[in-house]
Design a protein around this ligand. Structure first.
Ligand code: UDP
Ligand code: MN
Length: 330
């Protein structure tokens, strides 16, 4: 009788132990899965099937520590393929970049007193590609923006411009390229001509559907000032007007950083040599109709001297020739 009781008790104990084991196993399973989804690499090797779950868009780190980039190229999809070690990556289209980018900081502190070097700018912006190009890795942009800067002997300003603008443009989720249009020689500086040339030359380098013209000494004081093209023809008109474009833009958009007072900080400087206020400027305006055909983009005469791709920007040096002879009055 008591033996039977003992047997039953033992059986119950055994069952309890088994149940405990099962519960323990379940808890362990939950723990493993949880840890796994939280991206602890030590556990990832146990489950390679769902590997793609934890890296939605970006680099897939293989267990051996190397990293494979699936983004990039011209298609914006994470491709679906099987890797050597059987990792499956699911096809996932990138979302469109939001109209109002997240992560902007608003008002910025801009100063020009610190020591600035190109090396520092480069260190701060490791994700900018050669030639000063960048595109967001987590979303598709609607526009490809060429930022064109007329330039001569302003290396000091350029360092600050790049130092401030690259991070701003990155936060703004702009797909962009930076182009310095450098006037060769010491002839009269011609900003409008350089911008026209810039427009022509950047299209030889890459496809763009928006052009932003900026001075090298102009830094936005608020990153909500987006460096892209707006649909409203108003901005288009402003850009056209400011730079004397006489050209048909074939559906291209032009924009210029909105220079409302207080929104931009200008680096203070002396007036450059060979950039004196143009004494002919009134005569020139009067002669607009006459000179239009000669100055337009179709008859834009210049010599391409050099194109150099630096880590933070592309430099296009051009010889714009001697300034046109003084138009006779009357
Ligand atoms: N610029 C330049 N070198 C010069 C003159 C002008 O690079 O010798 C470029 C530069 O981008 C500058 C822009 O042209 O920001 C406008 O010229 P400037 O700064 O002289 O005009 P302002 O200060 O009168 O607006
Ligand atoms: Mn200036």
């Amino acid at each position: 009788m008591s033996r039977l009781m003992l047997g039953k008790t033992l059986e119950r104990i055994c069952k309890a132990v088994l149940l405990l084991c099962l519960v323990h196993f379940l808890i362990m399973m939950i723990f493993y899965l949880d840890v796994y989804t939280q991206r602890f690499d030590i556990f990832s090797r146990f489950n390679t099937r769902n590997y793609s779950k934890m890296h939605q868009y970006f680099n897939i780190s293989k267990p051996n520590g190397t990293s494979l980039t699936f983004l990039g190229g011209e298609d914006h999809f994470v491709s679906s393929r099987k890797l050597e070690n059987n990792l499956t990556v699911t096809k996932k289209p990138l979302p469109m970049c939001p109209d109002v980018p997240q992560g902007l900081v608003g008002r910025l502190l801009i100063e020009f007193n610190s020591l600035m070097t190109m090396e520092k700018v480069q260190r701060e912006n490791p994700d900018v590609r050669e030639g000063g190009k960048y595109k967001p890795s987590d979303c598709i942009t609607k526009q490809r923006v060429a930022i064109i800067i007329p330039f001569r002997h302003r290396e000091h300003h350029l360092k600050f411009w790049l130092h401030y603008l690259h991070p701003i443009l990155r936060r703004q989720k702009i797909n962009y390229g930076i182009y310095i249009i450098n006037q060769n020689g010491e002839g009269m500086f011609n900003r409008a001509k350089l911008l026209n040339i810039g427009y022509m030359e950047v299209l030889k380098d890459a496809e763009y559907d928006c052009f932003v013209f900026s001075d090298v000494d102009l830094i936005p004081m608020d990153d909500r000032n987006l460096y892209h093209c707006y649909d409203q023809p108003r901005h288009f008109a402003i850009a056209m007007d400011k730079f004397g474009f006489r050209i048909t833009l074939k559906g291209m958009k032009v924009s210029r950083p909105d220079s409302k007072i207080g929104k931009y900080r200008m680096i203070k400087h002396e007036r450059d040599k060979h950039n004196e206020p143009n004494p002919q400027r009134f005569t020139k305006i009067q002669n607009t109709k006459v000179t239009m055909k000669q100055d337009g983009i179709n008859s834009l005469k210049y010599k391409l001297v050099n194109v150099a791709k630096y880590p933070m920007y592309t430099n296009i040096t051009v010889d714009i020739g001697t300034p046109p002879s003084r138009p006779s009055r009357g």
